[in-house]
Every structure is written in C-alpha cells, then in structure tokens.
Ligand binder design. Structure first.
Ligand SMILES: *Cc1c(COP(=O)(O)O)cnc(C)c1O
Length: 482
C-alpha cells in the first residue's frame, strides 16, 4: 500500500534529532545535511510511486517497511552523497589499459622534474614575462625557445595551446585566403573533431587537394602550384596506415619543389618524436630533427604525445615564418599559461641529454620497459593478492600494449597483464567497482575478464594497484540499498 508507506516517511526535523545527524551537521553543515535528507526522501518517494524494485531489501519477507531500516538507508545515502560532493571531480587514476598516451586519461603523465617545475610556477610570482638581468618586460616564449632550437636544429620556435591550434595558427599566418596543397592521402581526422579540411577552412586558407588516397607523387604537387599557392602541407597520418600499393612524397622532395617555386613547406608531424624509437622494437618514427634537416620550413607537433610533456603545440622552423606566427592576433588567444610554460621547459631540458629523457620522461620510460620487468611486476601484484578468497580466478597473461594517442598505428609492444575472471559477478560489474575506488583503476575487458596491463602502471604505482585491488576484491562492502 503505497500511501501507507509514504505516510511512514520520517520528517526532516525528526531526522535532525537523531544522534547521527549531529555528526553530519558538524562535518558538512546543517543546510547541506538537510538538503541531503530531502534528496534521499525524494528518491525513496519516487521509488515507491514509480517502481517496486529494491523495496524488498528494506521490507524483507514481511513486505513491511521497517522504520529503522528506512532511516538507516536515509542516513547511509545522505552520508555517501555528502562525501561524494566533498571529493573533487578531477582525480588521479591508475591507467591499466596498456595504452600509454590515453587521451581520455590525460595523455602524457609528468615526471619528477616536470612536476616540480610546475609546482615552482604555482607557488608564487615568477619571471614568466620578465627579464631578470635588465629588469624589464620579457617574453614567455623565452623560457623554451632556445632549448627547442638547440635540440631540434630549428632557427626559431614558439608554442601554443595544442597542436590543433598550432596547425590553425600556422595556416592563418602563412596562407590566409591562399591555397595550401595537401595530398588526398593526408586529409585525416584525428578525433575530437580535428579534421584537416575543416581546420583549413576555419583558418582562412583554401584547401587544394592533390594525388590519390594511396598514391601522391611529387608531380601531383607540382601540377597544382600556381600564383595563388601559399604553401605545401604534409600531414602525418598519425592514427592509421595506408598499406599495399602506396606512394607518398618525402619532405625532402617537397622541400626541393617548394624551393624551386618559392613556396614554404609545412609539416604537421602529430606526435613529434625527438628520439629514436627503433631500439625498443617500434617502427621508425620520423623525428622533428629529421624533418627540419630534410628542408621543412615549419614543423608542428603535440607537447603531450610522444614528446611526453604538457598539452601544447610546438611550432619550429625558419625565423621569418615563426615571427609572422608570433605576430598573428590569434597568438594572444592561444598562448601558454605559466604552468604549461614551466612544464614544457622542464620537458625540453630533459632532451638536452637523451639519456635524461629516457630516464625521466614517463612516456619514454614506459616504452623502454623490458618484458621481464613487466612480468615480475604482474607476479608481485598477484602474489600480494594471495589467497584473499576472491571468488574468481586471478592469472598472469602475456599481452600487447600500444602507444596510442593517435601515434604509431598498428605498432604494439609486448606486455604482461593481471587478469581477473570473476565468478560471482560480471566482468563489467567488477570493472565498474574498480573505477569507483578512491584511487580508480581503469583496465579493459576481454573475454568476460578484466585485464590490467602492466606497461602503463609504473613501478611506484604497482603497490598502489595491489592495494586498490585488495580493497575491491576482498572488502566488497555492500551499502544498504533500496
Ligand atoms: C594529434 C594530432 C593533432 C592534434 O594535436 P593536439 O595536440 O591533440 O591538438 C594534429 N595533427 C596530427 C597529425 C596529430 O596527430
């Protein structure tokens, strides 16, 4: 009898008289506590009016709702809600997906030096735009400009908010209302609505397609050049591969062609690698240095892909083009903030000596990790879980992980995974519980099992992961539910 149940609902004033309320009021304030009670009562009322589900838990076999159980439920729910509203939405997670550059998980994590540089920048005032020697206004780009030039061999460099912004800014500054030639094989979509034709249109440049999807020769570029051509653009096909009967034009050939016609060559490299990845079994990824050496006039790449730094778009190349880009009105809208500036400088500083980059930049560390280390880490975690009595199987499996972030498509690295096959719940339920831990764990599901990949769990994080798993697997606390 719905009405009878509704009449039994406690009044907020009565709930406030209970001893539990005093503690909630003390912690969260009276108004928020009242609000939480009201919300809980509303939810309950709706359940009664619109559905019977869950009512059994409260009413038991007698089909009678016991006032104490209802009250316990209200307190439990209110407390959970209040606690949730007090924890920040943005939080650290453990990435056990095996995808190193996971765009949804914040792409590149920072290392010690990068982190402390950001902390310094946060702490107090800084010389962000101030020349300490002369005591006058300076430039925020000065903190990383020379470093980038030294490392990449570029004449000049500048950084903006991300690589999408970099592409747009370059086109706006170098090719407004003029034609930019792009191969049909490179009219890509990166994701998050970044589509080369759209970015071009937005920037005011006119797209001049040439060649075919699978083959574009230097003659294809040459035949569309005329007086309205402002630049030749080469876009790294970051997230897919064209295989089979293919041909693409090298930066070197494009640069020679550009030189003959007095037209600059722009390269959107996407990931922007500064080191050789081959020694870790990955395919050769063209480096920024190589592209510049081959004669590109301007190259741009992401800060938070394989470079392993903060979100940014780095533009490097010939001085006259970089100057034009720096003087473009959009520059003011796309400039880096002080935290990113600090992190970017710290990132490039590691590359001054490649050894430091491999040792200190997490993205590179993860790529460099050996199979044996990953296997031992998985073993350690499984051993720690021990005989905890989880109803299910926990095994060590060989697996594969990827760089991700639209880099190195099709390239995989060997990995090991802690694999959990639940018996009393679905893999999706377990996965959901892992995501809701105080330190959320993000894995992936394959064959009704939850896979936790080791390559993206650092040595320091391994014990955090083990503890998180213990909590999820062995202390499965069930809140009072309705
Ligand atoms: C990733 C990528 C972009 C976009 O870079 P963001 O830094 O994510 O804005 C642009 N072009 C290419 C080729 C890319 O791979």
């Amino acid at each position: 009898d719905k009405n009878k149940i509704l009449r039994q609902l406690p009044k907020v004033d009565r709930l406030l008289e209970e001893p539990e309320s005093a503690e909630l009021c003390r912690q969260y304030g009276r108004e928020r506590t009242i609000e939480a009670f009201r919300e809980a009562l509303d939810v309950f009322r709706n359940q009664i009016l619109h559905g019977e589900e869950g009512l059994e838990e409260l009413s038991g076999k007698t089909k009678e709702i016991k006032p104490e159980r209802l009250q316990a439920w209200i307190f439990d729910r209110s407390q959970t809600r209040l606690r949730e509203s007090d924890t920040s939405s943005f939080q650290r997670v453990l990435n056990a997906t095996g995808v190193i550059l996971h765009t949804n998980l914040g792409r590149a994590p920072m290392g010690e030096h990068q982190k402390s540089a950001v902390m310094e920048a946060m702490w107090g005032y800084s010389n962000l735009e101030y020349e300490l020697l002369q005591g006058k206004r300076g430039h925020r780009q000065s903190h990383y400009k020379d470093l980038i030039c030294q490392i990449t061999g570029a004449e000049d460099a500048v950084a903006v908010n991300n690589n999408a912004a970099a592409v747009s800014l370059i086109l706006g500054a170098m090719a407004k209302k003029k034609e930019v030639v792009v191969s049909r094989g490179e009219l890509i979509e990166i994701g998050g609505r970044f589509r080369v034709p759209d970015v071009m249109e937005q920037s005011g440049a006119i797209l001049r397609e040439t060649g075919c999807t699978n083959r574009t020769r230097i003659s294809d570029y040459e035949k569309v050049i005329w007086e309205e051509t402002a630049a030749l653009l080469k876009v790294h096909t970051s997230n897919y591969k064209i295989v089979g009967f293919t041909e693409e034009t090298s930066v070197k050939e494009l640069a020679q062609l550009g030189k003959r016609h007095g037209i600059p060559v722009i390269v959107d490299l996407g990931s922007g690698v500064l080191v050789n990845l081959e020694k870790y079994g990955l395919a050769h990824e063209t480096t920024v240095q190589e592209v510049l050496k081959e004669g590109a006039d301007v190259v741009c790449f992401s800060g938070d892909k394989l470079l392993g730094g903060p979100q940014a778009g780095i533009i490097a190349g010939k001085k006259k083009y970089i100057k034009a880009i720096e003087n473009h009105p959009m520059m003011r809208m796309l400039r880096l903030d002080k935290f990113t500036t600090a992190a970017l400088e710290a990132t490039f500083r590691e590359y001054l000596d490649e050894k430091n980059a491999w040792a200190n930049i997490p993205v590179l560390q993860m790529i460099a990790r050996g199979e044996e280390e990953l296997r031992l880490q998985a073993e350690m975690i499984i051993k720690e879980l021990g005989e905890g009595g989880y109803p299910g199987r926990i095994t060590l499996e060989k697996s594969r992980s990827a760089v991700g972030g639209g880099s190195l498509p099709g390239e995989e690295m060997p990995d090991y995974a802690v694999v959990i096959e639940p018996k009393e719940e679905r893999a999706e339920e377990l996965s959901c519980r892992l995501r809701r831990l105080p330190l959320p764990v993000i894995g992936h599901i394959k064959n009704e099992k939850v896979w936790l990949e080791m390559r993206t769990i650092s040595a320091e994080e391994a014990s955090l992961l083990a503890n998180a798993l213990k909590e999820a697997l062995f202390h499965k606390k069930r809140a009072v539910e309705i």
